[in-house]
Design a protein around this ligand. Structure first.
Ligand SMILES: C[S@@+](CC[C@H](N)C(=O)[O-])C[C@H]1O[C@@H](n2cnc3c(N)ncnc32)[C@H](O)[C@@H]1O
Length: 311
């Protein structure tokens, strides 16, 4: 393994204190204000439970959603960054307002089909990186899971519970199919429509967080990294593969500057010129291991930084 991460080397200040047991499910307080949940941002599983209950009034649907969330495996809770359960849905609407249906479907299907060569090329790096989760992680969160190209790397890790967060609800069917193909039991994979800037999971509730090619697309990189640290258990692992801006003064950097606006339009907000490695380095993780690679299949979406850090 190229990477190792020892929780013994964590500085005490890097470890958040929490008055809840790590990973514990969070009961929703009965006096908590109902979240502003609408049909568009509800997950399919909660839709199914609503359909099953035959409820049609808006207030009843909201109540059922809260109950479904509270009783599911999802450790849904108010985010520290946003302070209330409703705010993660508000943040979703704020940073990633719903795109037209056709656009979300188009982007999801293009992502699903166009990344095969890239995934083949990066697979050696990813295999090594994800091997670090073996025996160390049971609850894993992927931010910006997209069509789920990483799910295959969890195969063979018995008992893995994977939460996949993405604002584009059209990614769900692809991600679920990828989970099935990877041999994950359906109960062990949950797609949640949300954004990295406000993760609907409890403090210190997951063993590992994975993000590949996502910090290019979030609205606020630092806020997302803060959320990653909040949701990770002390000693938890953050695994990343991100494309970053090429070196200033190079032809590639010049081309990226020209193509950046077009890339944002065609690829749902993806930026070509972010200094994401710098953001990760300055986010306050410990044991940061960051390497760089140039992948011909990714053309101008290069170079890429990959590695791992500890909370
Ligand atoms: C280039 S795709 C990468 C998907 C996947 N991680 C992969 O490696 O193929 C970027 C993903 O980030 C998602 N995304 C966009 N804005 C986001 C946000 N604010 N928070 C979390 N995910 C976001 C997009 O919907 C999309 O699925």
């Amino acid at each position: 393994m190229i990477l190792s991460c020892s929780s013994a080397s964590l500085s005490p200040s890097a470890q958040r204190s929490s008055n809840r047991a790590p990973g514990a499910e969070i009961p929703l307080p009965s006096d908590h204000p109902p979240p502003r949940v609408n049909a568009k941002i509800r997950s399919r599983s909660s839709d199914e439970s609503l359909a099953h209950n035959g409820c049609s009034c808006t207030c009843g649907r909201r109540r059922l959603f809260i109950e479904a969330a509270a009783t599911s495996l999802l450790p849904i809770c108010p985010s520290l960054a946003t302070n209330s359960l409703s705010d993660y849905t508000a943040m979703l609407e704020k940073v990633h307002p719903p795109r037209p249906d056709w656009y979300e479907e188009f982007y999801a299907s293009v992502l699903d089909t166009s990344t095969k060569a890239y995934e083949a090329e990066i697979s050696g790096y990813k295999s090594e990186l994800f091997a670090n989760l073996k025996g160390k992680a049971r609850k894993v969160l992927e931010i910006g899971i997209g069509t789920g190209p990483n799910l295959r790397y969890y195969a063979g890790n018995d008992g893995f519970q994977v939460f996949g967060v993405d604002p584009n609800r059209k990614m769900e069917k692809y991600a679920k199919a990828a989970a099935v193909a990877a041999g994950l039991p359906p109960a062990n994979f949950e797609f949640i429509q949300a954004v990295g800037e406000a993760l609907p999971l409890a403090d210190a509730s997951v063993d590992a967080i994975v993000g590949t090619l996502v910090l290019c697309s979030v609205k606020d990189v630092n806020m997302t990294l803060k959320e990653v640290k909040r949701v990770l258990k002390p000693g938890g692992l953050y695994l990343f593969v991100e494309h970053v801006a090429a070196k200033e003064g190079t032809t590639l950097r010049f081309v990226q500057g020209i193509l950046d606006p077009l890339q944002q339009t065609l690829s749902d907000g993806c930026h070509l010129t972010r200094e994401t490695g710098k953001h990760i380095s300055e986010a306050g993780f410990s044991d940061l291991k960051l390497s760089m690679a140039f992948l011909p299949s990714a053309a101008f979406v290069n170079p890429q930084v990959y590695g791992m850090a500890c909370k």
